[in-house]
Design a protein around this ligand. Structure first.
Ligand SMILES: C[S@@+](CC[C@H](N)C(=O)[O-])C[C@H]1O[C@@H](n2cnc3c(N)ncnc32)[C@H](O)[C@@H]1O
Length: 411
């Protein structure tokens, strides 16, 4: 073979299920390559006197067969593909020569020029395999791979699916507001959407990045009362999905945490529309965290309870057992509670929670407007009124509030 051959490699995707792949060597190179071979369903034989703990674990798990010995001529007899990566140069050369003789494509970790195949830098996201070869610059291959995979994941590289793309609705949890806190999947679906119906909360900055052809509907501006607005949102989701559009319902936090996500999923299912639910980072945990408050802390709180304060404790519609909450020592996280915090605090104190329990109110967490106001259970209603705290805010009650005072956080 011409060792100075500069012709580009011919890329191909090997379908290895059930086909023998022989790996000579059980060190770091083998360890790095084996998971992809296992994922491809190859019939893998590793020939090596010693192997790393990970390679050994794969053998123990039955993912490959490990022959604990040095290479012997004939090892490649049944192979379709070989990876030669031992620490013994003579064995590598001999195995490589056997591969050439048997016309088995062979990767060599110690001598790329002598190899008949090269391993590309690969990455996988949502059914797409990206494989990059740059000849003799593996770092550049990895950098290009990373750029493409990351771009596909976060939607900055827009390559909408065509064959696999199905019309339907994705209920996407957008996280608490910071556009960086949506999931990778949510971001990608947003980039592929034809229609986006967005809530007032969540990463609204992302809407400005959508291409002009995307129809953005502001759910907060649908001109009905609360119940009717939900009907109108459901109707809009169904109408656009039935028209063959890829629809994203972008919600704040997680769709299933006080987000009416299941109501929408049920309405869509009843209309025969495919629904994908993408979880999101809920404000219940992330907003306290952004303000430097851990909802649990060793030796301080072994539980946290997330409660909706959208109806007052004495309201007949309330499903919350406030007296049970008042007896608990752990962290209480209240959502939608700013307007009723006085009645809630009074109920907790009356039920036994100490009046001096620390409380923090975090408004518009994770956004540029984030602010934190501290109080105690007995003073919180007054503080909220005096400071003009407004929704959206998360209220945290419990000793965790003071834990992080000297620690990190935005507010
Ligand atoms: C209808 S609930 C939706 C909760 C959302 N599904 C979640 O998982 O975060 C709305 C409430 O979430 C809280 N919330 C959501 N985003 C917030 C943010 N960025 N800062 C403070 N509170 C927030 C507020 O208590 C607000 O009233």
């Amino acid at each position: 073979m011409d060792r100075m051959d500069d012709a580009p490699a011919y890329p191909v995707g090997l379908r290895l299920r059930g086909r023998r792949v022989v790996v000579i060597g059980g060190g770091q190179v083998a360890q790095r390559r084996l998971p992809a071979l296992v994922a491809a369903g190859a019939d893998i034989v590793v020939v090596a006197p010693r192997a790393t703990a990970s390679v050994e674990a794969m053998a123990d798990a039955g993912e490959l067969r490990w022959e604990r010995r040095a290479y012997r001529p004939g090892d490649l007899a049944e192979a379709w593909y070989a990876l030669v990566a031992s620490t013994d140069p003579a064995a590598n050369a001999a195995a490589s020569a056997e591969a050439e003789e048997r016309r088995v494509w062979c990767v060599r970790s110690d001598d790329a020029d002598a190899a008949t195949a090269w391993t590309p830098a690969t990455g996988r996201t949502e059914g797409v395999t990206v494989a990059v070869l740059t000849g003799r610059d593996p770092r550049r291959s990895a950098a290009v791979r990373d750029a493409v995979v990351e771009g596909l994941r976060d939607g900055s590289l827009v390559a909408p699916q065509h064959r696999a793309r199905t019309a339907g609705v994705a209920l996407v949890g957008g996280g608490p507001g910071d556009p960086d806190l949506i999931t990778v999947r949510g971001r990608r679906l947003l980039a592929e959407a034809d229609v986006v119906i967005a809530d007032r909360l969540g990463p609204r900055d992302l809407l400005g990045e959508l291409p002009p052809h995307v129809e953005v509907i502001d759910a907060a501006k649908i001109p009905y009362g609360r119940a009717m607005a939900q009907e109108a949102i459901n109707a809009a989701l169904i109408e656009h999905a039935k028209a063959g559009k890829a629809v994203v319902r972008l919600k704040g936090g997680d769709p299933y945490v006080f987000g009416r996500g299941m109501e929408e999923a049920e309405a869509l299912a009843a209309a025969g529309i495919a629904v994908t639910v993408v979880p999101g980072i809920s404000s219940a945990i992330s907003v306290p965290g952004a303000a430097g408050i851990p909802v649990t802390h060793r030796g301080v709180a072994h539980e946290f309870t997330v409660v909706s304060g959208h109806v007052a404790p004495d309201d007949a519609r309330s499903l919350v057992d406030w007296s049970a909450l008042a007896r608990m020592r752990g962290t209480l996280v209240l959502l939608m509670a700013v307007e009723r915090i006085g009645a809630i605090a009074d109920t907790l104190i009356a039920g036994g929670r100490p009046a001096g329990t620390p409380v923090a109110v975090v408004q518009e967490g994770t956004t540029a407007a984030q602010r934190r106001v501290d109080a105690t259970l007995s003073s919180v209603a007054h503080t909220v009124a005096e400071e003009g705290v407004r929704p959206p805010a998360v209220i945290v009650i419990g000793d965790v509030v003071t834990v992080g005072r000297s620690g990190a956080g935005r507010g």
